[in-house]
Design a protein around this ligand. Sequence first.
Ligand code: PLP
Length: 371
Amino acid sequence: MPAFIPPQRLLLGPGPSNVAQRVLEALAQPSIGHLDPRFVAMMDETKALLRRTFLTDNALTVPVSAPGSAGMETCFVNLIEPGDTVVVCQNGVFGGRMRENVLRLGATPVMVQDDFGQPVDLDKARAALKANPGAKALAFVHAETSTGARSDAQALCALAREFGALSIVDAVTSLAGIELRVDDWGCDAIYSGSQKCLSAPAGLSPVSLGERAVATLKARKTPVQSWFLDLGLVMAYWQGEGARTYHHTAPINMLYALHEALTAVSEEGLEQAWARHFANHLRLCEGLQAIGLELFVAQSARLPQLNAVRIPEGIEDLPVRKRLLDEFNIEIGAGLGPLAGKIWRIGLMGTNSRPEAVDAVLTALSSVLRR
Ligand SMILES: *Cc1c(COP(=O)(O)O)cnc(C)c1O
C-alpha cells in the first residue's frame, strides 16, 4: 500500500475546518507518557486555556477524549437520571440528537420545536418549563450548524435558572466563533468540539460544568450509565491532586494540538476572534448578494461561522459541490434532513474565517454557477 497523501482542500463546510500549520506541527511532536509529569503539567495548562476560552472559572473543565457528540453524551449521561424530565429545544438536527440522548437514559424529553432556520423561541421554551415543573434541565443548541441559526444562549440559560432547571448548552460550533460567556450567562453544562472554530483536528470535546451541575452530579441516586464518560472517574485522571489515577490513555498528541490551537485563540484574543468571524461573514454576504444568492436565515439570527445559502431554482445541489471539490479543492456542506437539496452550508470557522477564503469560495461558486 502506498502512503496515504490527502489532497490539499479548503474546508468551508460545517466542520472540520483547516488545521493551522502550527497546530499540525504540535501534533507531530514525539509522544510522551500520559502520566509523565511534563504531560500532566500540559494538561493543567490546557484546562486553564479552556477556561479562558469558555470565559469560566469552572474547575470541572476538560476535553473529553472523543468528538463533540461525546461531549453531548457526557453532559446528558452525567446529569440526567431515569425518570427525569428534560425540556429539549429543537430547531435543527442536533436538537434531535439531544432528544435521543434523553430517551436512551430512560428520561422524558419535552420538545420545544421550531422550524429549521429559526432560533429557539423563548416564549415556547418558557411555556414548556411552566407546564413541566421540576424539569431537570433545559437543553438547546447555541449555534445550529445544520441550519446556520443562532439562538439566544444568555436568555435561555437565565430562563432555565428562573425555573430551577440546569441549562445544557451545545456550543460545538459557537466556541471561539461568536460571543459566549459561560460564567456571565450562567451556563450550567456546556460542551464543544475541537474541529470547528478552534481549528484543531476532530476528536476532542471540551466540556465545562458549573457548581450547580456538579452538585447535581454529586446528588445522583443511580450510577452514571457510561463508564467511559463518567466524569467522577474521568476527573480522577484530569484533576487528582498529587496522584492521578489511570482512567484511559489520553490521546496524547491530540492534546498537544488542542493546547496549541487554544494558545492561538488566546494570542489573538477571544473578542478579536468573534469580530473577525463577523467581518468575514459580512464580506461573504455581500459577495453572495452580488452573484444573486440569498441566505436562508433571517439577518437577526445568522451565524457568522456557518452560512446557509439557498440553492437557486433549477440548480442541482450535488453537481455544484462536486465541481467545487474537483476543480477548486473547496469543500462546502450540503443541507441536512428537510434542508437536503435546498441549501448549501458555507462554514467560515476558525483559521478559515479570513478574506482569502471568502473570496476563493465566491469566485469558485460564481464560476460553477455561470456554467
Ligand atoms: C458538529 C456538531 C456536533 C457533533 O460534533 P462531532 O465532533 O461531529 O461529534 C454537535 N453539535 C453541533 C451543533 C455540531 O455542529
